[in-house]
Write a protein that binds this ligand. Structure first.
Ligand SMILES: C[S@@+](CC[C@H](N)C(=O)[O-])C[C@H]1O[C@@H](n2cnc3c(N)ncnc32)[C@H](O)[C@@H]1O
Length: 243
């Protein structure tokens, strides 16, 4: 394996300006132009090594994906995964990675990077649990963050959240509920439980593979934010109750 120092990592990400966005705030309100279409934009906040976002972007060509992390090395590693998933060599630049970008920034600044209504979905996958109470504000499902997500999500907006941390999950359900948000498809054991509960096409993250492989429960829920998404959800519930 080739080892890279900090300078080498920077050079590797600088070379991939087709894929990696180092100054994402420039594109606030203009992400549709970056992708060259009006397809929905789904963002993974804290993508780590990028397994999930790279596979999702390959499987869903009509959705635009943005993977976010704040560390150069993770962005570089994710870029390798994206290129492998899309069958593109690192040496190739200006390639048509039409539906994915990787953005380097701290999620605390999300409102500087995305405009109101610019996103359709936010994935929070295995976010750091920050177990100490004094660090609660750093949890990505803290009301301070969720209120920012509400701003940037559009009428169809949703948050899809999964974690191995029971305490983060409990905290998050309370946080969503305190904000008056509707949750659905709550699972306390995503990979087990009822047979119909697990979708075999479900795309796993690095952390999920590791923790589920150890037999740990994976907790998951969806938060319905946008008005249109909420109306659709309520309609589908009515349909179920009538049938
Ligand atoms: C525990 S890892 C999970 C990675 C991946 N989602 C997975 O499930 O395998 C959490 C990731 O979130 C990133 N992260 C945490 N806080 C962040 C922040 N404020 N801004 C940007 N990235 C952040 C970390 O760098 C790390 O890569």
């Amino acid at each position: 394996m080739r080892l890279r120092g900090r300078k080498g990592i920077r050079e590797a990400i600088e070379r991939q300006r087709d894929l990696i966005v180092l100054e994402p705030a420039i594109y606030k309100g203009k992400w549709a132009e970056v992708f060259g279409n009006d397809n929905p934009i789904h963002v993974e906040l804290g993508m780590g090594k990028g397994r999930f976002i790279s596979e999702m972007s390959k499987l869903n060509p009509h959705i635009n994906f943005i993977g976010v992390d704040m560390y150069d090395e993770l962005i570089r590693r994710a870029s390798e995964k994206v290129r492998i998933a899309h069958g593109i060599e690192e040496s190739e630049t200006d390639v048509s990675l039409e539906n994915i970008r990787l953005a380097l920034f701290n999620i605390e600044r999300i409102e500087e990077v995305f405009d109101a209504n610019e996103l359709q979905r936010i994935y929070l996958n295995f976010s750091d649990p920050w177990p100490k109470k004094k660090h609660a504000r750093r949890r990505l499902t803290h009301a301070g963050f969720v209120n920012k997500y509400k701003e940037v999500l559009n009428g169809k907006g949703q948050i899809h959240f999964k974690t191995d941390s029971r305490s983060l999950f409990e905290f998050s359900l309370n946080s969503f509920s305190d904000l008056g948000l509707r949750m659905r498809n709550i699972s306390l054991d995503l990979h087990g439980g009822f047979e119909e509960g697990f979708n075999p096409d479900h795309v796993m993250t690095e952390y999920e593979t590791k923790f589920a492989g150890r037999g740990m429960n994976i907790f998951r829920c969806e938060v319905v934010i946008g008005e249109e998404a909420l109306a659709e959800h309520l309609d589908s519930l009515q349909g179920e109750q009538q049938s």
